[in-house]
Design a protein around this ligand. Structure first.
Ligand code: GLA
Length: 387
């Protein structure tokens, strides 16, 4: 844990005290994309790439932050929390939420760094927000449970950072369990853990090296398109409140002819929810072949109907599909760049890496970076001693 040692040393150097240390992981999502803000289902997991934080309280109300990987610092105050439009907002947004909820905070110091590739769609921002909330909860003895902490992370991102993201990323990062995926109902927030048997199969992420930016991307537009579909259908079906309540039959009757673009967006979401339910059944039967086919279906919908892919992501999936030993592949997360997620048989892993790297470079001129990941526990303390 070399990084943590460096962060602790950097903290001690800067603040002459011993910090508490928190690990807050990034996430993958097996299937169920752009369904969370439509009150649908998702199937994410926390992974072994994380943000690590070393944090401690101050006796004044100052906030001192050091972003170790960037070599940047931020100094501010608990009583002056306005957006900076920098990485500091992921921290300040959480502090603002804690204050809004009426919690008394003192100033604090925090050094953080991580192993999550930034902009790769692995939710480094949710990991940071969760890590900050978790650390302050510990340090100040606030007694907030995990569910409320992660909801604060989401509101921080929605209201302070300005990205109208759903709850999946924060949920996965905070609630993850080693060797399990989380089947989360984003309407009720009911969830169950399903064992993800990795016998002979690996979760492999291929980074397109195209940097996505949720705020400037079409994410908020997609969200608005889905909401507009629901509003339109509500005239005919007053009982519906989200795409979760909508069927293909409703869409075919009322939207297909009149609003073809909105139809495609909504149809993708309705079908993706069904793919997720079929996927969970396949996992329960340990039928990864069927699960893999559903992943390809998900990608096709994201690319053609929801239109959040990009040529590089499509290329990565096309190449993966042609490799022996690949069970399934699709783009993951918000889209417009970032990673694909692939299920690859262990015995085909080396060939997969070689072929994918070679063909991706030939097709796009870009390098990919490939990460084999393990499913790990959610946000947690590393040294539970507060000095
Ligand atoms: C981003 C958002 C999530 C979710 C995904 C798409 O990761 O942060 O809330 O909407 O995109 O599934």
């Amino acid at each position: 844990m070399e990084l943590l040692t460096q962060l602790t040393a950097s903290y001690q150097d800067a603040f002459h005290a011993t910090p508490v240390s928190v690990c807050s992981p990034g996430r993958v999502n097996l299937i169920g994309e752009h369904t969370d803000y439509n009150e649908g289902f998702v199937l994410p997991a926390a992974i072994d790439k994380a943000i690590y934080l070393a944090a401690g309280l101050r006796s004044d109300d100052a906030i001192h932050l050091i972003a170790h990987d960037l070599g940047e610092t931020y100094v501010g105050s608990i009583s002056d929390l306005s957006p900076t439009h920098t990485w500091a907002d992921y921290v300040l947004g959480v502090v603002a939420q804690l204050r809004l909820a009426g919690h008394k905070l003192s100033g604090f110091n925090c050094v953080f760094g991580g192993t999550i590739p930034i902009g790769a769609g692995l939710s480094s921002s949710a990991a940071l927000e969760n890590g900050v909330g978790f650390a302050l909860n510990e340090l100040c003895g606030l007694g907030i449970d995990r569910l409320n902490l992660l909801k604060m992370s989401q509101r921080a991102e929605n209201d302070f950072v300005g990205a109208k993201v759903g709850i999946m990323d924060m949920f996965a990062s905070m609630m993850g369990r080693a060797e399990h995926v989380i089947k989360l109902d984003c309407r009720s927030l009911e969830y169950t853990y399903a064992p993800f048997r990795m016998d002979g199969v690996r979760i492999v992420l291929c980074d397109s090296q195209v940097k996505h930016s949720l705020v400037v991307s079409e994410y908020n537009t997609r969200r608005a398109e889905c909401e507009s579909g629901v509003r339109f259908l509500k005239v005919f079906y007053p009982e519906i409140n989200s795409l979760r309540d909508v069927t293909m039959d409703m869409l075919d009757r009322h939207l297909r002819e009149t609003q073809p673009l909105i139809y495609r967006r909504c149809a993708y979401v309705v079908q993706e929810n069904q793919r997720l339910l079929d996927g969970v059944a396949a996992l329960e039967a340990n039928d990864l072949a069927t699960f893999g086919q559903l992943m390809y279906g998900s990608h096709e919908g994201l690319s053609n109907w929801y239109q959040v892919s990009c040529p590089e992501l499509d290329t990565l999936v096309d190449i993966a599909r042609r490799q022996p030993g690949v069970l399934g592949a699709r783009m993951m997360g918000g889209g417009f760049g970032g990673c694909t997620i692939n299920l690859v048989r262990e015995d085909g892993l080396d060939a997969f890496k070689t072929q994918l790297t070679k063909h991706y470079k030939a097709a796009t001129g870009k390098d990919t970076s490939i990460h084999v990941c393990k499913i790990e526990n959610g946000t947690h303390l590393i040294h539970p001693t507060i000095s």
